[in-house]
Design a protein around this ligand. Sequence first.
Ligand SMILES: [Zn+2]
Ligand SMILES: [Zn+2]
Length: 396
Amino acid sequence: MSSLPATVPPFRRALAALVQWFDSDHAPGGADQVRAEPDRVEWVRCIPFIILHAGCFIVLWAGVSPFAVGTAVALYFLRMFAVTGIYHRYFSHRTYRTSRFGQFLLALWGATTVQRGALWWAYHHRNHHQHSDDPADAHSPHVHGFWWSHIGWITSRRNFPTDYSKLRDFTPYPELVWLNRFDTVVPILFATGLWGLGWLLELHAPGLHTTRWQLLGWGFFVSTTFLFHGTSCINSLAHLMGRRRFQTSDHSRNSWILTFITLGEGWHNNHHRYMSCTRQGFYWWEFDPTYYGLKLLSWTGFIWDLKPVPASVLAEAAAADHAGTIAAAERAALTHPEFSSFKKVVPAAAAMAMATLHASHGVAPRRTDPPAIQRDLTGLAQSSEVTPPGPSATQD
Ligand SMILES: [Zn+2]
Ligand SMILES: [Zn+2]
């Protein structure tokens, strides 16, 4: 991205983009001017992003080992937690609190995701909530189409600068601004560290059958590329697929599938309805591993003051679910008449009628006999009345 006017020669524009690889706040003409431009792909600025994808091909000649693949999977989920629990639920929405040192450690962890600095991420996400699915939303699939919302918007020059005026709560911390400005430092150190770890394992743990290039290929490039696309599903698919519990002003949806990919962010319609609570699965059955992880961290004292879902929002959710159930039953009756309630009632009513008919024709046990004790006494009385005198009496 360059902030130079359009009349600037291409080589100067490319030079500025090169500098921005290392200093993302480099903006000779001012960042406001860049943000005012129409969307346009800045290829030179995007080269590191392209390298991230191309680097996955390392595994074709580096080979594969269980340890390398396991590292890739573990780093996917550990860093997905950083995206959702740190960049999203802390820096974007402030849904819990921590110390100044704690937030610096969180920002470091988040930077290993290679999704740029915490402040850039939070700025764009706050803008997304402010303008969801309207033209000012940088990644709405309903405005810009699926691919632009998924990956294209990342390449647009107008989306590269951070608008610090929207981050007054974090700009007083120079350590956070530094990490945001030099946002390639941590990713480079992280990738180098994985490569170095692989080298150490080659030398000291040959039984793992892994190499430095496998850890770089699987642990960094493959894992990070999957992580990017997993995260991007929330920008694209979470506004396209799933169920809408709340009739929010945007197109956000709740999706179980996206929840597994993103550790709980699939409850996107819940989140758009109420963004300030720590959990996005509003009920225990709405799987939200990021929330469970944050809850564990809160027990250590590292973070605290996790924000709950307000009772009024839960009541609204219950009412919406109830209305949704009724609407679904009505739709089912219309589209599947064989399952209509009328056809369920008719067989039951017919069975009851047949049972009544049988009872009236004596199939049921008759109750005309008196109880057993009464019958015995009656028998005795009848016996004394009708029994003729015995032979001895006659003989008398
Ligand atoms: Zn959204
Ligand atoms: Zn959000």
